[in-house]
Design a protein. Structure first.
Length: 337
């Protein structure tokens, strides 16, 4: 999730655990701890692809965070032992850090919860920025600051509301999953094709669906408010890797994306895109792996991340209309295109 959400989540968790000892310093400490795991973005690896796949790695591991919580709680107890028990400090630090990484696991990006064991966990039920989740937590902070006797109560209420919204996101995801399987069967396709479902920006009403089908992929949209559960898919060419050798970065990207990648040639570049994050032609993570050299041969290079295609904000009105159930708007965010 975004840094603001993680900060207010950390603050409210700290406030709820602190109980009657909740004050401005506790909320500030919780906010700081809530953003601590994301400091791994300051680490530079061999190339932009490895920076992407290694983010939310060791710093988001439940094993690492448990040990880090013990260390931080011990240090804090050395200075605050007269006011705080070690158990209370350990509970506060541990819950703030662990709720950070658990919330990240509900997004589409993928989180290595069990690092150093391999594997990414991604429920994909909430967008990385969702005001409906963040707002209750954000509102709890000023209430807690100006009414200290009830500060922990306000924090607990905010956490309950946001948690219920997170539960709703999983229910909505389950509804869309059922629609996808039925739509695939109705279109004569295998219902067991690899499927990736994620919410569109800032909401849990409209969902984006990507289905891998051989050398092609299908993309569709489904809103909880749709009158018809049938999903109209657009079929696109997925492409193939044209070289005999696959560099380590490509293998890492494919593993990170669960093979939901697209290969294409553009402006003399060989581009590999992550199909999971973004929508239509506005994909968030695209990397150039090679350029045309002499004899029209591909020359591999250190992967370079491409900038995002401008103009996505122009589609926000149609995104809103599609969210409200206008099924004439397709996965390209076009009506009749």
């Amino acid at each position: 999730m975004d840094s603001l959400t993680q900060a207010v989540l950390g603050a409210t968790v700290a406030g709820a655990v602190a109980g009657k000892q909740c004050n401005a310093k506790v909320l500030l400490a919780g906010a700081a701890l809530g953003t601590l795991p994301d400091l791994d973005v300051l680490i530079s690896y061999s190339d932009p692809v490895m920076d992407m796949v290694k983010h939310r790695g060791f710093s988001h591991s439940l094993f690492v965070l448990f040990g880090l919580s013990l260390v931080i709680a011990n240090i804090a107890h050395h200075f605050l032992h007269a006011h705080w028990s070690f158990k209370r400090l350990f509970a506060l630090v541990g819950l703030v850090l662990i709720t950070h990484t658990l919330l990240d696991a509900f997004t589409s990006y993928g989180t290595q919860l069990l690092w150093p064991l391999p594997g990414y966990f991604a429920v994909s039920s909430i967008f990385i920025i969702d005001p409906a989740y963040t707002l209750p937590l954000l509102l709890a902070i000023p209430f807690a600051l100006f009414n200290r006797p009830r500060a922990a109560c306000y924090c607990s209420i905010a956490l309950s509301v946001s948690s219920l919204y997170l539960l709703w996101s999983v229910v909505a995801l389950s509804v869309v999953e059922g629609r996808v399987q039925q739509s695939l069967v109705d279109s004569g396709r295998d219902r067991d094709l690899p499927v990736f479902i994620s919410p569109t920006p800032f909401n849990t009403i409209l969902w984006r669906v990507v289905v891998l089908d051989g050398d092609n992929y299908l993309e569709g949209l489904s809103s909880v408010l749709d009158k018809s559960p049938t999903i109209a898919f657009i079929e696109r060419e997925r492409g193939t890797w044209p070289l005999a050798d696959e560099p380590e970065s490509l293998l890492a990207q494919r593993n990170f994306a669960g093979d939901f990648v697209r290969y294409r040639e553009q402006d003399q570049q060989l581009i590999v895109s992550d199909l999971r994050m973004g929508m239509a032609d506005f994909l968030a993570f695209q990397f150039s792996y090679a350029e045309h050299g002499e004899g029209n041969q591909w020359d591999l290079q250190t992967p370079e991340q491409l900038g995002r295609k401008p103009g996505a904000e122009l589609y926000l009105p149609k995104l809103f209309l599609r969210m409200m159930g206008d099924q004439e708007i397709d996965a390209n965010l076009c009506r009749g295109c």
